[in-house]
Design a protein around this ligand. Structure first.
Ligand SMILES: [Zn+2]
Length: 104
């Protein structure tokens, strides 16, 4: 089985990335609620939804000098009134971070 290595920040990483970015991400997203209805059902193209539930999901894992920290967010899910398909909030609600862009 795959045995992951311990995550450490390299010494050449600037202090801004080591300390400020994880802090900014944690303050902005930790335990944040995302509640935005989907525009249209993927299955039947219906536009009427009802509330379904709220899920706690892992948003990201921050590598900090003290160790790893998991950041969770809450996302509200909606159910299509016509076909019953459960959908998440709009996908484009999350910002496009430069880091995400680099790995595409
Ligand atoms: Zn539907």
């Amino acid at each position: 089985m795959y045995n992951p290595k311990k995550k450490n920040l390299s010494s050449i990483v600037p202090d801004m990335l080591k300390f400020l970015m994880p802090l900014a991400i944690e303050q902005e997203y930790s335990e944040k609620h995302f509640d935005q209805k989907p525009k249209i059902c993927r299955r039947c193209k219906n536009k009427i939804f009802t509330r379904y539930d709220t899920e706690r999901r892992l948003f990201c894992i921050l590598i900090r000098p003290k160790g790893l920290k998991k950041i969770y967010v809450y996302v509200k899910r909606y159910k299509c009134k016509k076909c019953g398909l459960v959908s998440l909030f709009r996908r484009n609600i999350l910002p496009r971070l430069p880091i995400r862009k680099a790995y595409r």
